[in-house]
Design a protein around this ligand. Structure first.
Ligand code: PEP
Ligand code: MN
Length: 351
């Protein structure tokens, strides 16, 4: 913010404004703009609202310069800034695939899917246990029991997992059990949740809301970085449009756009964007070709049995083919697919 003083403000008035700002705990630097004196707010802009600052005697106008996500932009370095979790590595020359069911339902089905995706080359599991459903009548997820199954399966296959938290209280209750926190599209601006989750110090996947512009999305990440957690992975999952040929319109262009501006890894969720398993592989390949540091993909060996997002679930064969394509496309841009280095003994499904 820029606090502009009246044109005729003399040294005494400048000092009085500065004293008032100091009393309000607003850190500023004085700037001279032609004939006019101003103060640029350098402290947290959250500390005092613009409308209140505008009421300080002597202030002519308060201008919002930008709501730039400062810490997020500071992550930019030419080599990028990788986030690692077990065998998964996002950025820094590595691409990783997170895969699993939309939601954790039957523990046996989960184990089956987990073996399938691990054998195919996934580096981490996904699975919702606290679901955010558009309708209150839709299946809301299996809660803590499902989380225990997800945790046990993750240890069995040797892959870390990401799961969505939807309420700051869950962070206290189950945060210790979780490897990576997913902040869902609907919760992108649930800042108390983001802050509470960030304090776990674990990798965080922050999905873009379907109506959020890039600055709003980056500011959601800024909330996590302000809490001292820079293990943030940005995830594009499609924007809403009037057209219904796809569930959401995947913003592939945002991937190279962000890669030129911020160091945080950027991954893509082609499943929720497409909403249709026949479209998912093409969107996923496009994302990796555009420079994405990874994917999060929904996979199910028997989609007809699931109560959540059956239409977009990839079959095991389609997923295995996709991972092969991702490896090939990543290598075209001098990147490697990260994943477990050893095959799993006694795996339920062969690779
Ligand atoms: C999900 O990943 O299961 C999910 C609900 O995604 P989104 O938040 O992108 O809708
Ligand atoms: Mn889903």
């Amino acid at each position: 913010m820029l606090i502009l003083l009246h044109l005729d403000a003399g040294p005494d008035e400048r000092a009085r404004v500065r004293d008032t700002l100091t009393a309000l705990d607003v850190a500023v630097e004085e700037v001279q703009l032609g004939d006019r004196t101003g103060f640029v707010v350098v402290g947290g802009e959250r500390s005092h609202p613009k409308d209140s600052l505008a009421r300080i005697p002597g202030v002519a106008k308060v201008v919002t310069l930008t709501d730039r996500a400062t810490l997020v932009h500071a992550t930019w370095k030419e080599a990028g800034h990788a986030v690692s979790l077990g065998p998964a590595r996002f950025g820094g020359g590595h691409v990783s695939v997170i895969a699993g069911p939309c939601t954790v339902e039957d523990p046996d089905a989960l184990r089956e899917v987990a073996h399938v995706v691990r054998d195919a080359g996934a580096a981490a599991l996904r699975g919702g246990v606290f679901k955010v459903r558009t309708s209150p009548y839709a299946y809301q997820g299996g809660g803590q029991k499902a989380l225990a199954a997800l945790h046990a399966t993750s240890r069995e296959v040797g892959l870390p997992f990401f799961t969505e938290l939807t309420d700051p209280r869950q962070v206290q209750e189950v945060g210790d059990l979780i490897d990576g926190v997913q902040i869902g599209a609907r919760h992108m601006q649930n800042f108390p949740l983001i802050e509470e989750a960030a304090r776990l110090g674990k990798p965080m996947l922050i999905k873009r809301h379907w109506a959020a512009d890039v600055d709003e999305w980056l500011n959601a990440a800024e909330y996590a970085l302000r809490c001292g957690n820079d293990k943030v992975i940005l995830c594009e999952r499609g924007c809403k449009t009037a057209d219904k040929h796809v569930r959401y319109l995947l913003d592939v262009g945002v991937v190279p756009y962000l890669k030129q501006r911020v160091g945080l890894p950027v991954i893509v969720d082609p499943s929720h964007a497409a909403g249709d398993h026949t479209l998912v592989p093409a969107l996923a390949r496009a994302a990796i070709a555009a420079g994405a540091d990874g994917l999060i993909v929904e996979v199910h060996h028997r989609p007809e049995t699931t109560r959540c997002d059956a239409r977009q679930a990839l079959s095991p064969d389609d997923f295995a083919r996709l991972v092969r394509d991702v490896r090939a496309i990543a290598s075209l841009t001098d990147r490697v697919l990260a994943g477990p280095s050893t095959p799993l003994r006694n795996s339920a499904v062969g690779g």
